[in-house]
Write a protein that binds this ligand. Structure first.
Ligand SMILES: *Cc1c(COP(=O)(O)O)cnc(C)c1O
Length: 351
């Protein structure tokens, strides 16, 4: 605490991202992609004219938005881009959720949402998951001041199909429904085709996970023109140039390589399912997952103890020390070799 801090700042509890360790660990704690970005990204990086850095980038990021619009079959005016999807989410909270009615979200979902609620003084209404740890879509109400959840959800891993999201949208028409699709490429079904019919639907996504570009910081939102215009108004009141010219160039190069994208996501999915079986053989319970991570628990062994044991063996996973999640570990899917090491390290710990 400092006497220079504003009262608001004193009250904040910032989001704590997964550790980025200095020592060499097998890193399965922040859902990064174990495979490199598309080869075209490296080429574009080498060929990038450094002299371009003298100039400010395009404040509207038209080239990147055009590429995303083509990818998703929408108009460029229906695409917004930001410095990571966390930034896009923050701008969306400011644009659409700052009013009297409470924002509804699952009790267990991306833990950054409650942080934004406190930052922007948004009242939060947390709804329990259903008895199978799925987001309970029927629980969201028409009176909500907005709805937000990740689909597939984090850190639980379950995703609802597009039909279920369409049913939700046929009920909730009076406020913005924000669906965070950070993990959709690992087996989920995108709601983007629904934006044509639902002016209150905003779908966010990221280059950090399925495109192997967490270090570049690129995220996006797809929605109706009126929602995208709302995001632009907040952005232009905050930072005119969230996307630097290098990030834009590399992002476009990543989008151009469909084969690499498909190969990486298929490899992650295959490894995930193989790992699931091996973890179950060790007596762990593993929730179904349409993401690049598994949420696991052991009926007898403390998750915190497993976390420490793995760390001693050079493997970093994520343990959330909250009431609802303390019995679980979230394990990101790495390469086959990394998952071999994980299973090998778990064997004595689970024996
Ligand atoms: C990783 C993640 C993000 C953040 O992605 P960035 O684009 O790296 O900021 C957003 N939402 C969820 C649910 C995530 O897991």
């Amino acid at each position: 605490m400092s006497k220079f801090w504003s009262p608001k700042l004193r009250e904040l509890t910032p989001y704590v991202p997964g550790e980025q360790p200095r020592e060499r660990l097998i890193k399965l704690n922040t859902n990064e992609n174990p495979y490199p970005p598309a080869p075209g990204v490296e080429t574009a990086l080498r060929e990038f004219p450094v002299d371009h850095l003298r100039r400010y980038p395009d404040p509207e990021s038209r080239a990147l938005r055009d590429a995303l619009a083509k990818e998703f079959g929408v108009e460029p005016e229906q695409v917004f881009v930001g410095n990571g999807s966390d930034e896009v989410l923050a701008l969306a909270f400011q644009a659409f959720f700052c009013h009297d009615r409470p924002l509804e979200m699952p009790e267990i979902t991306y833990s950054f949402y409650p942080v934004y609620c406190r930052l922007y003084d948004v009242t939060r209404r947390a709804l329990p998951l259903d008895d199978q740890w799925r987001v309970d879509l029927d629980a969201f109400s028409q009176e909500a001041g907005g709805v937000v959840f990740a689909n597939p959800n984090a850190p639980t891993g379950h995703g609802h199909d597009r039909q279920a999201i369409a049913r939700l949208l046929s009920r909730i028409t009076g406020s913005v429904v924000l669906i965070d699709e950070a993990y959709v490429d690992f087996g989920g079904e995108s709601a983007i085709p629904l934006v044509a019919e639902h002016p209150n639907l905003l779908v966010t996504g990221t280059f950090s996970k399925s495109r192997s570009l967490a270090g570049l910081r690129l995220g996006y939102a797809v929605g109706s023109r009126e929602l995208i215009e709302g995001l632009e108004r907040v952005k232009d009141s905050f930072n005119s140039y969230p996307i630097d010219s290098l990030a834009s160039t590399l992002g476009i190069a990543a989008l151009a390589d469909h084969d690499h994208f498909e190969a990486c996501r298929e490899a992650v999915i295959t490894t995930r399912e193989r790992t699931r079986g091996r973890l179950e053989e060790l007596g762990l319970r593993v929730l179904p997952s349409q993401t690049n991570f598994l949420l696991v628990s052991h009926p007898d062994i403390d998750a915190a103890q497993l976390f420490v044991g793995l760390r001693e063996r050079g493997i970093l996973v994520r343990h959330f020390n909250t009431d609802t999640l303390r019995d679980f570990l979230r394990i990101s899917i790495g390469t086959e070799d990394e998952m071999d090491s994980l299973v090998e390290a778990l064997e004595p710990l689970c024996a």
